[in-house]
Design a protein around this ligand. Sequence first.
Ligand code: GN1
Ligand code: MG
Length: 354
Amino acid sequence: MPQGRVIDVREFGNGNINNTFLVTLDTKGEKHFVLQCINTRVFHQPELVIRNMRISTEHIRQRLQHVPLSAGRRWEIPTILLTRDGRDFWPASDGSFWRAISFVEGSQSFDTIKDINHASEVGYALGVFHTFLSDLPPDRLSDTLKGFHITPCYLQHYEDVLAKYSTGKSPEVNYCLQFINERNAWAHVLENAKAQGRLRLRPIHGDPKVNNIMIDTATGQAISIIDLDTVKPGLVHYDIGDCLRSGCNPLGEETDQWEKVQFDPDLCKAILRGYLSMAREFLTGNDFSYIFDSIRLIAFELGLRFFADYLKGNVYFKVKHLKHNLSRALVQFKLTESIESQETAICNIVRDVR
Ligand code: GN1
Ligand code: MG
């Protein structure tokens, strides 16, 4: 645990689930750490979340010692800081669950991609993460969030919500209802491929969006991937799709100009290039054939999750106003439309970078 007097605690990042703070210390050593209150309505077994984090980061640390990254590249692994009595979390008397994590000094993250180099670095970071975990048997990790990124489960949940809650009437709501309806059958694409043995489980990050990738402020290089709460067994496609739906939307997922949202194929190419510079060696032919579907699916799925939460009264994602989740859903559905309309171009990119 870093020593020193706490001189500042402030809210940190834009997380939709947990409450996160940056703590500043009055010390000559490490000046910051990240303090988080885990949302136990979402993560029912926070001990397992921390256990997954410990197992995956220890594995990456060992791999990094044996096979360092190419010359001159820096890579930082977020570390869980222990309490005074040696525990890696602190259960407060009100039932809330806290933990502290090291802060990657000299780095920053961005909500949207700045330029092609940033895109390539974001892809590279996900590639490093997947590569380092590619030899960790996925069953060493617990399933800490049942149904996470299983699109058919979100569809089922949405149907249940529709049956119970009124939708109200507005052109935006009707657009969402119809949008989902038209994609019902296709939404099983990745789960079907998994069931048919075409895609297999691996350790995944679960949330590799742009602002979870830390960029060295001096070099502009990616040096860490943070937010390891959703590390668990899954399909790397969930991560690839999530990284691209986040990285290739220059207006960002919080924009209120949802009609203008577009998927940028140049950023897609740069992210995939960066990713494959690390990950190419462990991906199979089948893995490549589902990359387009994964990009389309995770954008659609996130829209579906936001929309269902809007209908249910905003019980999962934190919101700033009542229609926030509706507006977020519209952004993801517009992005999905843009991905669909560029299917040939995106498939060509996947073929070219392979
Ligand atoms: C949530 O809380 P945050 O921002 O790290 C969500 C992700 C979504 C993301 C969208 C556990 O992540 O799945 O992609 O919002 N995390 C969980 O911004 O549901
Ligand atoms: Mg997260």
